[in-house]
Design a protein around this ligand. Sequence first.
Ligand SMILES: [Zn+2]
Length: 434
Amino acid sequence: MAGHVCLQEAGAVFRRHFGAAPALIVADENTYPVAGEAVRAALVEAGINVEAEILPAKPRLAPDRLTAERIAARVGEMGAANNGGNPVPVAVGSGVINDLTRYAAFSAGTRFMSVPTAASMDGYTSAGAPLSDEGFKITIQCAPPRVILADLDVIAGAPARMSGWGYGDLAGKVPAGGDWLVADALGVESLDDTAWPMVQNELRGWLSDPEGVHRGNGAAIADLFIGLAVSGVAMEVYGSSRPASGAEHQIAHIWEMEDLSHEGEKVSHGACVAIGSLSMLSLYDWLLDQDISAIEPAVIPPRAPDWSAVEAAIDEAFPNANIARRAKEEMREKWVEREILAGRLAKLRDGWPALRDVLSSHLMRESQMRDLLAAAGAPVTTREIGLSPERHRATIRNARWIRRRYTLLDLLADAGLLEQAVEACFPDEAPLYS
Ligand SMILES: [Zn+2]
């Protein structure tokens, strides 16, 4: 539902889905005046008993499990005061508020309603709550909102940079699709007939008006929001984030785990994904220029690190012991013995002409993506997110350790090409650092 009167419908929508349950509005100091007050008024008008949890806006809210548990406790208290009736949290905000509320509702054993205030990320429709747990970013499977009330006037009125972040998150579906094509071609993870077209068939259209997104043009913002929402649904349909997330997200997750900050503020998810996407498209541009048909599947595996060398590399990459332990668990899921690696490389060599063609027609060049992101107001250099070239290159080398999902980074590592590719794509004078 969209339009001027959308938020006034909040009371009727709430009653239809949750009856007379009490509501706990979860907002922050920015989103409460923008939409929370209107939602509260509409709920009160409909006879709903409403309380509000208004979180501080500064410093930018962190998706922390402890905060989510505190909100869950408040939901529990409301339930006890209501003779055990199930209160319904109403998330009024963007990514972090929705993630906190999703987890709080789930752990309090209730459902929730979402009122998005910005097209800033793809998680509104998803069941997973990406939260930080003792420093490691994990996605906890909860439940999606029972109802989403998206007022496009509110969303289009969000700060332009938040729409830029959402555009960055949506742009990430281009390299993420490439990674799924790679995994499919190597027999690691097949494309899905439902989830793949849901995200990929309309993606170019959703991304087609970056200037409009930046200006807050209603139609462009609607396309962006729909693209993000559909991507979230595709992840639910498929049962994992594969349809919408590849190595560009693994790169982003590293920076999120490291609490990457710039100018005193935590760098947003979409900004990290924008830089991750440009990084991955640079690597794809490089790969498509290589003669992969000439690789020697029998020669490469004996030089590949054994598992203990992988563990040592992970320990070196992640000084935080908790992160290193989780990374080893993830990496173990996709690491293969040398004989299996040889078979995979033979498949890569033999299938390369077909894979190259399908990647060429699916992907964008890095320069094309750079123009789109810049027009949408998303970052296009590492400087804009406070990242040095050295730290950027280290992330590219380490990103694949933290998730079991097979991506281009794994293909390059398997083929013994990762280091060569990093050096070729990210010299100090690379556009990403200019
Ligand atoms: Zn994302």
